[in-house]
Design a binder for this molecule. Structure first.
Ligand SMILES: [Zn+2]
Ligand SMILES: [Zn+2]
Length: 333
């Protein structure tokens, strides 16, 4: 079968690999659409080390290819976990130390077929389109994060960094009844987008955003700051923006090991800092229901649909600054 093979950093080509075969407890899925994200870019350029050759791709949907359920449209949960360990048994399978990610630790979805654990293939309703369905995997990580920092109706929520995940956090916070929801980014295009997704206010990134947020929240600051930019400077800003007793949700992935932060303010305001990694299986159904019922709009977040053969182009697009680019989807059909 055909697959896009990464044979070394930045060495990507279409090639033939052994047909995927479903083993015991597995389902064979014909992949029809997939999404590309920053993790793929980091694997592609060698920032995240993998064994070569590797088929990347962890946001994929398709059809069950054989058996009683053949033809059923499914999204694949790319996190494979053991189901036996203490983490799995307590509902934290995203932290399973025996687990791995398809598309990074094992071959993923940039191929014709893949064999996945049967319960990792979650059925999709007809009213979710093929183009936007891969984005549900991204959304699960946002939903998981917000479950770790539950928003009460009427709470002031600030989202810093308004890429795909940031815009999803804006929509999810509105769906939870947050008010006001404030989006912060340097990009006027993405501020405009955030307003379309329901942000009550948007602010340009600047040193004075803390004061501006306090003005919009009766002098208090935000109940919850969701940091999606992944930079030390925006983490420091989050500490400034949060109200005394507030929470900061670290959604950006921090790879730096040293940073200057206002630690005294962190202490003095008695802030709660919450981390979140990946998602759990049950987040998939939650997301499918939110999209299917029209509470969350994924359709308008798709800016590009390219054929699978253009994977390299799709990945390198992520490296170029383009405020109009949102989600890039690959069509395998
Ligand atoms: Zn991803
Ligand atoms: Zn486990």
């Amino acid at each position: 079968m055909k697959a896009m093979l990464l044979s070394a950093p930045s060495q990507l080509s279409s090639g033939d690999i052994n047909d995927a075969v479903a083993g015991d407890g597995e389902t064979l899925v014909r992949v029809t659409h997939s999404g590309v994200c920053g993790t793929d870019l980091k694997i592609y350029n060698g920032g995240i080390p993998v064994d070569y050759p590797r088929v990347m791709g962890h946001e994929m949907i398709g059809e069950i290819a054989a058996g009683a359920d053949a033809g059923t449209r499914v999204i694949v949960d790319p996190i494979v976990f053991c189901g036996q360990c203490e983490d799995c048994r307590t509902g934290q399978e995203n932290l399973c130390t025996n687990g791995f990610l398809l598309g990074r630790d094992k071959d993923g979805g940039f191929s014709d077929f893949m064999a996945v654990p049967a319960d990792a293939a979650v059925a999709l309703p007809d009213n979710i389109s093929n183009e936007c369905a891969p984005l549900i995997q991204v959304m699960t990580t946002c939903v998981h994060a917000q479950e770790r920092a539950p928003i009460a109706s009427g709470e002031a929520v600030v989202v810093i960094g308004l890429g795909v995940s940031g815009q999803l956090h804006i929509q999810l916070a509105k769906a939870r009844g947050a008010y006001p929801v404030i989006g912060i980014t340097g990009s006027p295009v993405r501020r405009e987008m955030a307003q379309q997704y329901g942000a009550d206010y948007t602010l340009a990134a600047s040193d004075s955003v803390g004061d501006e947020v306090r003005k919009l929240t009766a002098g208090r600051g935000a109940d919850l700051v969701i940091e999606c930019a992944g930079a030390a400077s925006t983490l420091a800003q989050s500490i400034d923006i949060a109200r005394p007793g507030g929470r900061i949700l670290l959604f950006g992935i921090y790879t730096f090991e040293k940073a200057e932060l206002p630690f005294y303010q962190l202490y003095y305001k008695e802030l709660t800092v919450i981390n979140s990694r990946a998602a759990t299986r049950e987040n998939f159904q939650t997301c499918i229901d939110l999209v299917s019922s029209g509470q969350i709009d994924l359709e308008s977040m798709i800016s590009h649909v390219l054929p699978l053969a253009d994977l390299e182009k799709a990945i390198t697009m992520l490296d170029e600054r383009d405020d109009h680019r949102m989600k890039v989807i690959l069509d395998h059909t």
